[in-house]
Design a protein around this ligand. Structure first.
Ligand SMILES: CC(=O)NCCCCNc1ncnc2c1ncn2[C@@H]1O[C@H](CN(CCCNC(=O)Nc2ccc(C(C)(C)C)cc2)C(C)C)[C@@H](O)[C@H]1O
Length: 346
């Protein structure tokens, strides 16, 4: 027995087999809820369907009954067929198609991508600071906040160092105009799930008719020579380095020294002290070529210790080091600007 959902963008329909096993709780109730939520999200894009569907099918359905879910899907499909047929009649593609998804819809798409791709979440070590299982509840909003706090243009190249199953990369590709978004993941299990995340994400984005930028989920250790170029060509680097040891952090600083001026690094542990001051004893430290600021944590987001989590924005700026040497030549110039820059970001 299966349930079919026709695409509001005229793409291939999506098929669910009953009983539905997907969904976090791994009971069919979750899988059926995903279908109801998908219909609700399509209605957000199609106001003409919203009222009729809400009034007569989205108000009485039973997620435990195949017949009830089948009739819900059949009536949704008939409504979609009429809308798609109408638009096929007009020459211009509908205004709503090929745009970025709204933030609410993207969260839903990442959740249904995860539900379809990660069939056995136990295989992923779920005690990560950003366990992929609960991505939508915590990390998703955090990454949205990062996106709002840093200017991102089509010239930017994004990389997530240690990208897991790839959720941050998919979110950046569908929420920002980056030229390309890369994810580097070394472990076997998350890398294989990332391949399935990639396939499911593309299928769902086509099904909704939504736009996203180029992205690649790559299997590899970001510290090997093979990937050095990918890091130093990036203009936005995300690295959730809270649990990294001193050796990995040190090797990352070495790679960051080759980043372009203006490049941004956002991390969960800072790569240099917030009050770093250039002296003749720390001229080889990475702090000499970057401004560091602490980003205000998400309201309500606390770590497992209950204290608010903080994030750090580093901006590469080699003029900082140039100004230090100029001051050496003309000692009377005050060192005002660099200290003011190392303050807490708004
Ligand atoms: C030579 C040497 O020393 N090698 C050993 C050290 C290996 C280091 N190299 C690594 N290369 C590739 N992947 C490796 C290596 N180290 C470990 N990972 C993987 O990172 C994944 C964990 N990831 C999270 C996966 C999901 N992505 C995120 O949560 N991204 C993210 C990034 C930034 C942020 C903000 C902006 C808030 C700071 C928020 C989220 C983090 C915690 C590092 C795991 O799947 C690891 O397998």
């Amino acid at each position: 027995m299966e349930l079919k959902l026709h695409s509001p963008a005229g793409a291939e329909p999506v098929l669910y087999t009953w009983p539905l096993t997907s969904g976090r709780g791994n009971d069919k109730h979750d899988g059926a809820l995903e279908i109801v939520e998908t219909i609700r999200w399509v209605c957000e894009d199609l106001p003409e369907l919203k009222l009729p569907l809400e009034n007569n099918i989205l108000c009485d359905y039973d997620t435990r009954s195949y017949d009830s879910m089948k009739s819900l899907c059949d009536r949704f499909n008939r409504a979609i067929d009429s809308v798609v047929a109408l638009e096929k009649g007009t020459s211009l593609p509908a205004q709503r198609l090929n745009k970025y998804p709204s933030r609410g819809l993207l969260r839903h798409i990442l959740q249904q991508t995860y539900n379809a791709a990660v069939t056995d979440p136990e295989k992923l070590n779920q005690y990560e600071p950003f366990s992929p299982e609960v991505y939508g509840e915590t990390s998703y909003d955090l990454v949205c906040q990062m996106i709002d706090q840093i200017e991102i243009t089509a010239d930017d190249v994004f990389i997530d160092l240690g990208s897991g199953v790839g959720q941050v990369v998919l979110q950046m590709a569908a929420a920002t105009p980056c030229k390309i978004c890369l994810g580097l993941e070394k472990a076997d299990v998350p890398s294989r799930y990332a391949e399935s995340m990639n396939k499911n994400f593309r299928t769902w984005m086509q099904w909704y008719g939504k736009k996203y930028g180029e992205y690649k989920l790559i299997r590899g250790d970001f510290l090997t020579e093979e990937h050095r170029e990918k890091i130093n060509q990036a203009t936005i680097v995300f690295v959730n380095n809270f649990a990294f040891g001193p050796s990995v952090d040190h090797q990352l600083k070495e790679r960051f020294a080759d980043l372009k001026d203006g490049a941004r690094i956002v991390s969960s542990k800072s790569f240099c002290p917030l009050n770093f001051r250039i002296t003749d004893r720390n001229l080889s430290d990475i702090g000499t070529i970057m401004h560091v600021s602490e980003m205000s944590p998400l309201r309500g987001s606390v770590s497992w210790t209950g204290k608010p989590v903080s994030y750090y924005l580093h901006i590469i700026d080699r003029t900082k080091l140039e100004r230090y040497f100029q001051r050496l030549k003309k000692p009377q110039i005050k060192n005002g600007d660099d200290d003011s820059r190392n303050s807490k970001a708004s």
